[in-house]
Design a protein around this ligand. Structure first.
Ligand code: NAP
Ligand code: ZN
Length: 335
């Protein structure tokens, strides 16, 4: 039996839950979970914001643990190895996207805590291709959030070809946003944090932000017209997008990773006349996760975390819902 925490209804509390896993496939690994981050996507799923949640639902897709069993055909990791699992737990393996190592675009992708029971648990079984070996130098206590939050904000720097001389803005200094600031700094960019929480200014500077803009301050954004090459939005809420589009230089890019419920819009003329772009970015493939983990170790990038025992998961989720997490919560398994 695997032990976990599950919700049985939208917005419900998580309660202890047990399940018998399917037989271990020959290409699967079983992982004993030591840590699991709480991503805001877990909250969206718990609340059924996206209409895809099946109950009982075990959240958790920033999973860190040790391989306890490996199927007979597993080659990339071995028993006893420290591995991480992010949002994705499977793909078809033969479509045009899988063949380009862009498994995150596979139309048949499996998701760790949507297609199965997730990482708020003592064990999990997944396709070994999506269990990534953690590099030497990994900080075990804080690394779990890199598996989803980290790769989600790292990947756009490659995808949108961000260069060190560029001026980058990050909207939202939360779990994803604080890591985005760290990556932008390490990438060599000039970094501006956009936040609704002025009390985050000092820590944003420690993460590497050269400037901090309190977006609640009237007129703060209007002063920044045509300033940024790249703005990455990590907010899970709808904000007014026009001032951010106006803050882009010609050819500037506004890229969203945060799931704003109503989506992102921009007026036509500023987009046309400045050849500005609004785009998105979606987690990252196992190859990009591996690269991001190495980059993080090399640059000393660790998430700033608060730790809760997994048995206190409901308190931890309330803390995140109240936007009080500084900056990512990691659950430590205590079964
Ligand atoms: P989080 O830790 O809750 O951080 C979100 C931040 O957004 C908050 O800390 C806050 O920053 C800001 N914010 C919250 N409510 C706001 C509001 N009403 N108006 C303006 N700003 C607000 O969440 P997270 O775990 O970083 O996740 C962020 C989003 O990314 C979620 O929607 C999640 O589902 C999505 N996500 C997407 C992907 C992907 O592949 N694209 C992967 C993972 C997560 P300030 O206090 O600084 O304003
Ligand atoms: Zn996530």
């Amino acid at each position: 039996m695997f032990h976990a925490y599950a919700a049985t209804e939208a917005k419900g509390q998580l309660k202890p839950f047990e399940y018998e896993p399917n037989a271990l496939g020959e290409e699967q690994v079983e992982v004993k979970i030591s840590h699991c981050g709480i991503c805001h996507s877990d909250v969206h799923l718990l609340d059924n914001d996206w209409g895809i949640t099946k109950y009982p639902m075990v959240p958790g897709h920033e999973v860190l643990g040790t391989v306890t069993k490996a199927g007979s055909r597993v080659k990339n990791v071995r028993e006893g190895q420290l591995v991480g699992i992010g949002w994705q737990s499977g793909s078809c393996g033969h479509c045009e996207w899988c063949r380009q190592a862009l498994e995150n675009l596979c139309p048949q992708m499996l998701s760790t805590c949507v297609s199965g029971f997730g990482g708020y648990a003592d064990h999990i079984r997944v396709d070994a291709r999506f269990a990534v070996g953690m590099p030497a130098g990994t900080d075990v206590e804080s690394a779990a959030p890199l598996l989803c939050g980290g790769v989600t904000v790292y990947s756009p720097f490659r995808l949108y070809d961000i260069r060190p001389y560029m001026k980058v803005g990050v909207i939202g200094v939360g779990g994803l946003g604080h890591l985005a600031i760290k990556y932008a700094k390490a990438w060599g960019c000039e970094v501006t944090a956009f936040s609704t929480s002025p009390d985050k200014a000092a820590e944003a500077a420690e993460f590497g932000a050269h400037h901090f803009v309190n977006t609640k301050e009237p007129g703060a954004l209007a002063k920044l017209e045509k300033r940024f090459d790249f703005i990455l939005s990590t907010v899970s809420a709808d904000v007014g997008w026009d001032p951010f589009v106006a803050a882009l230089r010609p050819r500037g890019q506004l890229v969203v990773v945060g799931v704003a419920p109503k989506g992102v819009t921009g007026q036509s003329l500023p987009m046309i006349l400045g050849e500005r772009v609004i785009g998105g970015s979606w987690i990252g493939s196992p190859l990009v996760i591996e690269e991001m983990l190495e980059f993080s170790v090399r640059h000393g990038i660790n998430p700033m975390i608060e730790t809760f025992p997994m048995s206190k998961v409901n308190d931890a989720i309330d803390h995140l819902r109240a936007n009080k997490a500084r900056y990512r919560i990691v659950l430590k398994a205590d079964f």
